[in-house]
Design a protein around this ligand. Structure first.
Ligand SMILES: Cc1cc2nc3c(=O)[nH]c(=O)nc-3n(C[C@H](O)[C@H](O)[C@H](O)COP(=O)(O)OP(=O)(O)OC[C@H]3O[C@@H](n4cnc5c(N)ncnc54)[C@H](O)[C@@H]3O)c2cc1C
Length: 492
């Protein structure tokens, strides 16, 4: 029987423990967690991948959502990012089967507007999830409506880790509360783990879920860190929790601020706020005061400060050690992709390992895929800054002047020069997580078009997708989705 030792009991560690125990039922899995090293405990937004995770495990939404105070998430509203008065905000919707009927019109109209033709091309008008967010409807339609809607969740990270630890125990995962104090290495990688309890743990695979410290992959195996700090300036966050809203909105809000941006994440039992900022432009005390002013709360409400290390490991799977979660890397949580990266890393690792155990070829291919995923998310986040016209603070002057990566530069250039962006996005280097719909939503939502007074009326062909038709269609579709709190907010 093979043995997997996971070090770390944050969300990454417990997600991995449950999934490994579920996939490889004949393996033994042990999770070691230092009781005196806290987890990060924030990270309350997901992508639709989290639904697939629980569906794969056969765990009903009604069960885990209730246990973690989770709410539905149809996407993210970005406010104050563009710096263009006509474009104060836009919605980045998770995709849905209905988009097949509206996305072609959206892409076409964006392309027309990029050519200088006065058609309506704001993403809020084209996607069912944007409509559901505006009307605050649950993204699960009634049974008569046969279209799957993509959605994610907001959840309490601490409760999620606790819930997953129970699931892990039910699947036979052993739990050891001890600190790993020694990690001797040999030719195969990690030789064993020495615990402060005096015990020694030997495994076939060691999974590093120790958070930013990367105790195994960096501490023992000295795997280098590839920093993104030249492109992504934010390295701190301060968070405050307030009373829940009723009914809770079905989307995350990300609002640009003087030295970064502020999230708002509605849970069933709390509304979480966080100011993500750059310590080069703002001290922790200033950031905390800014957040308090924004929320209108006094010093009596507690705030928590966090430091973020932004970048990734050069490799994530080295010899017999796999890093997952913050130990493998982190990108500022603007699109809430961290748990998605954990999940896809586990799934790709499981595929690789099943194909050929511990061969170098599998490791190389795997590491390349994970790095592409990380770099692809980074580029999409960087584009949120490069596309902005804000220059109103030293932070925004710096954040909008960062270098674009080799794939990102031509992409932005193609958009601005009315090039064939859709063709470009079909090239393999762009198959790295974000689909054309996301790129188009971002750049049209920012209003990266000619100013309105320079646009010209188009021919009938250019106007063949009138936005009123799409609005009517989505409005009719939305009636199939219940309002939040109208009957039940959790459907399965
Ligand atoms: C400000 C901020 C906002 C975020 N927002 C989001 C979001 O919206 N969506 C999202 O998906 N993600 C988000 N994340 C990321 C998310 O919080 C993490 O990806 C997730 O919590 C996983 O963390 P982790 O388990 O890797 O590490 P941690 O939570 O840091 O857990 C580390 C674990 O390792 C253990 N440990 C450490 N050293 C040892 C040792 N020597 N021996 C034994 N155990 C040890 C600790 O006890 C702990 O249990 C955010 C992160 C930050 C910082």
């Amino acid at each position: 029987m093979k043995h997997i030792a996971i070090v770390g009991g944050g969300t990454a560690g417990w997600m991995a423990a449950v999934l490994f125990a579920h996939i490889w039922r004949d393996f033994s899995v042990t999770l070691v967690e230092a009781p005196d090293i806290p987890t990060v405990g924030v990270g309350e937004g997901s992508t639709p991948a989290l639904k697939k995770y629980f569906d794969f495990l056969g765990i009903a939404e009604s069960e885990w959502m209730a246990a973690t105070g989770a709410t539905y998430k149809t996407g993210i509203r970005f406010a104050g990012w563009s710096g263009r008065a006509d474009y104060p905000d836009y919605f980045h919707a998770f995709d849905s089967a209905l988009d097949l009927h509206t996305e072609p019109a959206f892409l076409y109209n964006c392309d027309m507007r990029r050519l200088g033709i006065a058609v309506q091309a704001h993403p809020d008008d084209y996607f069912i999830n944007a409509r559901l967010a505006a009307e605050n409807r649950v993204p699960v339609p009634d049974r008569q409506f046969p279209f799957a809607t993509g959605y994610g969740y907001h959840f309490d990270a601490g409760r999620l880790a606790g819930y997953l630890s129970q699931q892990a125990a039910a699947r036979g995962v052993l739990h050891s509360r001890a600190r790993v104090t020694g990690v001797p290495v040999d030719a195969s990688g990690i030789a064993r783990l020495q615990l402060d309890s005096g015990e020694t743990l030997v495994a076939d695979l060691y999974v590093d879920c120790t958070g930013f410290s990367a105790h195994l992959l960096q501490g023992a195996l000295a795997e280098p860190f590839v920093s993104y700090e030249d492109q992504l300036l934010n390295d701190r966050a301060v968070v405050i929790g307030l009373a829940p809203e009723s009914p809770a909105p079905v989307y995350t809000r990300a609002e640009a601020a003087d030295c970064g941006w502020i999230w708002k994440i509605p849970l069933a039992h709390r509304t979480g706020y966080g100011y993500v900022y750059s310590s080069r432009f703002c001290s922790p005390a200033q950031a905390e005061q800014s957040l308090r002013r924004h929320l209108g709360v006094t010093d009596a409400v507690p705030a928590r400060h966090l430091t973020m290390r932004v970048g990734r490991r050069a490799r994530h799977w080295v010899k017999n050690c796999l890093a997952l979660g913050l130990s493998q890397g982190f990108i500022e949580p603007l699109e809430a992709t961290a748990l998605n990266l954990v999940q896809t890393t586990i799934e790709q690792f499981a595929d690789s390992w099943e194909l050929s155990d511990f061969t170098d070829t599998q490791r190389q291919a795997f590491n390349q895929r994970v790095n592409d995923h990380f770099d692809g998310v980074r580029d999409y986040i960087v584009a949120h800054y490069l596309a902005s016209a804000r220059r109103d603070t030293p932070y925004w002057q710096a954040a909008t002047a960062v270098p674009a990566s080799d794939p990102l530069a031509p992409l932005l250039q193609a958009w601005h020069q009315a090039g064939d962006l859709r063709l470009l996005l079909k090239q393999p280097q762009y198959d790295r997580f974000y689909a054309p719909m996301s790129w188009y939503s971002l750049l049209s939502g920012y209003g990266c078009f000619l100013p309105g007074d320079q646009l010209r009326p188009g021919s009938d062909k250019a106007n063949r997708f009138p936005v009123q038709t799409i609005r009517q269609f989505l409005s009719a579709c939305a009636t199939h989705y219940p309002g939040v709190g109208s009957d039940s907010t959790i459907h399965q």
